[in-house]
Design a protein around this ligand. Structure first.
Ligand code: G4P
Ligand code: NA
Ligand code: NA
Length: 191
C-alpha cells in the first residue's frame, strides 16, 4: 500500500536497528484517514472470505481493526490484557510472550463474543515475532471458530513472525513490509 509505505519512509524513526517508531500516525497519534485506507485495503483482500468478526489486541491494533470492521460491516472485538485470574469460565484466555518487550501478558476475550460459527480476521499494527497474532489465533481455536486470515499494518520481514504464522497455515496480508532497519535506515521490500 503505497501511501502507507511512503508514510513509513517519511515519518518512521529507527530505534536500535530493530524497532521502528511510528508514533505520528499509528502508535500514539493516529491518522484516521490513513487508517481508513488501511481498513479498505485489508477489506479488499479478505472480502470473499465471509468474515463475521475482526479480532485484535489492545491498544494499537484497535485503530486499523475498527476501520476494517467498519468496511466489512462486522463487529470489532479486541482482546484485553488482563491480570492472570483463576476465574476463567467466562473468558477464553491465553498468555502472549513479547520478545520485543520481554514481557508475558495474559489476554482474554469474553466467551460471549466468539462463537464456533465465526470466521475471524485477525488484525494487528505490527508483525515481529508473531506471538500476538498466534495468541489471538489460539483464542479463536479455543472457541472452535475459524481464523480466516491475518491483516498486518507493518511487518518487520527480518523477524520470524510471517514464517511462524504461515507454518500454521494462516493467510497473512501485510500492507508494508520492512526488509531491514540497519544503518538507521528504513529499507522496504522491493526497494
Ligand atoms: P509479535 O507479537 O509479532 O511477537 O511482536 P512482539 O511481541 O515482539 O511485540 C510486542 C509489542 O511491541 C506489540 O505492541 C508490538 O506491536 C510492538 N512492536 C514490535 N515491534 C515493533 C516496532 O518495530 N515498532 C513499534 N512501534 N512497535 C513494535 P503491544 O505490546 O501490543 O503494545 P501496544 O502498542 O498495542 O500498546
Ligand atoms: Na503495538
Ligand atoms: Na499490537
Amino acid at each position: 500500500m503505497k501511501t502507507l509505505q511512503n508514510r513509513v519512509k517519511e515519518d518512521g524513526v529507527v530505534i536500535d536497528e530493530k524497532i521502528l517508531k511510528v508514533d505520528s500516525f499509528l502508535n500514539h497519534q493516529i491518522d484516521a484517514k490513513l487508517m481508513y485506507e488501511v481498513g479498505k485495503e485489508i477489506t479488499e483482500h479478505f472480502k470473499e472470505k465471509n468474515i463475521t468478526k475482526v479480532l485484535t489486541i489492545e491498544a494499537s491494533g484497535i485503530a486499523p481493526a475498527i476501520m476494517a470492521s467498519l468496511q466489512l460491516d462486522v463487529p470489532c472485538l479486541f482482546a484485553k490484557k488482563a491480570k492472570p485470574s483463576t476465574m476463567t469460565s467466562e473468558f477464553y484466555q491465553t498468555d502472549i510472550h513479547s520478545f520485543t518487550k520481554n514481557t508475558t501478558s495474559t489476554v482474554v476475550v469474553s466467551k460471549q463474543f466468539l462463537d464456533k460459527d465465526d470466521h475471524v480476521l485477525i488484525i494487528d499494527d505490527f508483525l515481529a515475532n508473531g506471538e500476538a497474532s498466534l495468541g489471538l489465533h489460539r483464542l479463536v481455536q479455543a472457541a472452535n471458530a475459524t481464523t480466516s486470515g491475518i491483516g498486518i499494518v507493518i511487518e518487520k520481514s527480518f523477524q520470524p513472525g510471517r514464517e511462524k504464522l504461515e507454518s500454521e497455515g494462516l493467510d497473512v496480508l501485510s500492507l508494508c513490509q520492512v526488509e531491514s532497519l540497519s544503518g538507521n535506515k528504513v529499507k522496504l521490500m522491493g526497494e
